[in-house]
Design a protein around this ligand. Structure first.
Ligand code: FAD
Length: 467
């Protein structure tokens, strides 16, 4: 039969990848349909990820900073927390942004179809809408169906055992909380809950928290954050849990496992995210999906089917919103016949904890593993006027460069605002500049950003390709 809707480009999923792809497609003049199962656009990032977590983390940061002001002679009373209001603020932030996206979709004449989509064949998608099934006939498709939190199968179903989405609901503040998984998401939520008075334990299978970051960056965070935690159990596994009236009784195995079961009021499972590749009828379109649900693509973001593209969490690590957005632009442009490629030299990672940890390009650990001869320069914030004036001089800024080419290939920052500061190092790596280029750039004084200039200054004399 005839399709209900016909378009040049259909985008499946309206997260950062999906809406960016749809907007770029429409801007390039292609008739675009955006299929999203939820009522609001924005996907995980806006609804239950990046944005709500940052709304809560900002409040937590201020609470901790205000408490620290007593050292400067300014004291306030203990914080009075109105959870309903805090939740309301966070929900308002989400509503503002998702509403903004809906407006932008309308302005661009992107047709949004609300419902669960699945491929019928290489040129048709079926959407299960609230008013019945609708078929979409498309010339090109961009899959941006994202990922979901990994579950631990041995944990019982219980409202006191949640994933990040449940933790962001902020129903109540537990007395004792367990965070399973010491990655960015787990530790961001641990920061929020501990500032709001929960005592937190963390259990992590690996031998360090925040895998992927250079250890020296993590150490600074660990020192500052030790008071938040009763017990950080590295090289330890959660092996069982029992729901009792008194709480969730959790048992552990491994190097730092406590002798007996531990009782918690809230357990957050943050052990990673798995791609939604197996839930979209990909096989009917002939799109190959790997065992774990990832879809492989070329640098133009095409799948094994030439007119079907895939982007974002569903195509692989790192599962980050800014990676999804850049892949989205490439996919839409490629679908438009342009020679765009995803060829990033660096994708930054940020833990929005306190202090923040941000890194990009090659880490020292990666350089060692890959046999890259590298040099580094570290500027301690204990020598930064601004960091000292802020009462937050525990951080440092590090630049990593290739000894053979003298180009900046990576860097890391731990300290307040590290996530905002890292962008300069992102640009340096992407442009292939030398430390001297940064060192000779005048940075404003006194700022935290100056620390990047200071780290680079050491190498002002070291230039390879000056005429
Ligand atoms: P998603 O955002 O997952 O969107 C996919 C969309 O597709 C969803 O809306 C889903 O409903 C829809 N969908 C799926 N299947 C179908 C279907 N069959 N039919 C219709 N619709 C469908 N990243 C950062 O860069 N910075 C951060 O600070 C950050 N913080 C995070 C905090 C948390 C708690 C979490 C969970 C994640 C965080 N992330 C962060 C990761 C970030 O959210 C993801 O990388 C990003 O959302 C991926 O975008 P995406 O477009 O690939 O997919």
């Amino acid at each position: 039969g005839k399709a209900d809707i016909e378009c040049e480009v259909v985008v499946m999923g309206a997260g950062p990848g999906g809406y960016s792809a749809a907007f770029r497609s429409a801007d390039l003049g292609m008739k675009t349909v955006l299929v999203e199962r939820y009522a609001t656009l924005g996907g995980v990032c806006l609804n239950v990820g990046c944005i709500p977590s940052k709304a809560l983390l900002h409040s937590a940061f201020i609470v901790d900073e205000v408490a620290a002001l007593s050292r400067h002679g300014i004291s306030f009373g203990a914080p009075q927390v109105d959870l309903d209001k805090l939740r309301g603020f966070k929900d308002g932030v989400i509503a503002k942004l998702t509403g903004g996206l809906a407006g932008m979709a309308k302005m661009r004449k992107v047709e949004v179809v609300t419902g669960v989509g699945a491929f019928l064949d290489p040129h048709h998608l079926e959407v299960e809408t609230s008013s019945g099934k609708k078929t979409v006939k498309f010339a090109k498709a961009i899959i941006a169906a994202g990922s979901q939190a990994v579950k631990l199968p041995f944990l019982p179903e219980d409202p006191r055992i949640v994933d990040s989405t449940g933790a962001l609901l902020l129903k109540s503040i537990p007395k004792r909380m367990l965070v399973i998984g010491g990655g960015i998401i787990g530790l961001e939520m641990a920061t929020v809950y501990s500032t709001l008075s929960a005592r937190v334990d963390v259990v992590e299978m690996l031998d360090g928290l925040m895998p992927g970051a250079d250890r020296d960056l993590v150490k600074v965070w660990e020192k500052k954050n030790a008071p938040r935690f009763d017990n950080v159990m590295l090289k330890t596994k959660t092996v069982g849990a029992k729901a009792t009236e008194a709480g969730i009784e959790v048992t552990f195995e491994g190097e730092k496992a406590p002798a007996g079961p531990q009782l918690y009021d809230l357990v957050l499972v943050a052990v990673g995210r798995s791609p939604n590749g197996k839930k979209i009828g990909a096989e009917k379109a002939g799109v190959a999906v790997g065992d774990r649900g990832f879809i492989s693509t070329t640098k133009q973001m095409t799948t094994n089917v030439a007119h079907i593209y895939a982007i974002g969490d569903i195509v692989g690590q790192p599962m980050l919103a800014h990676k999804a957005v850049h892949e989205a632009h490439v996919a839409a442009e490629a679908a438009n016949g342009q020679p765009s490629h995803f060829d990033a030299r660096q994708i930054p990672s940020v833990a929005y904890t306190d202090p923040e940890i941000a890194w990009t390009g090659k880490t020292e650990e990666q350089c060692k593993a890959e046999g890259i001869k590298y040099g580094k320069s570290v500027f301690p914030w204990a020598a930064s006027g601004r960091a000292i004036a802020n009462g937050r001089d525990e951080g440092f800024t590090k630049l990593i460069f290739d000894e053979a080419t003298h180009r900046v290939i990576g860097g890391g920052i731990v300290g307040t605002n590290a996530g905002d500061l890292i962008s300069e190092i992102c640009l340096a790596v992407e442009m292939g500049c030398e430390p001297a280029d940064i060192g000779k750039t005048i940075h404003p004084h006194p700022t935290l950003g100056e620390s990047i200039g200071m780290a680079a200054e050491v190498f002002e004399g070291v230039c390879t390709d000056l005429p």
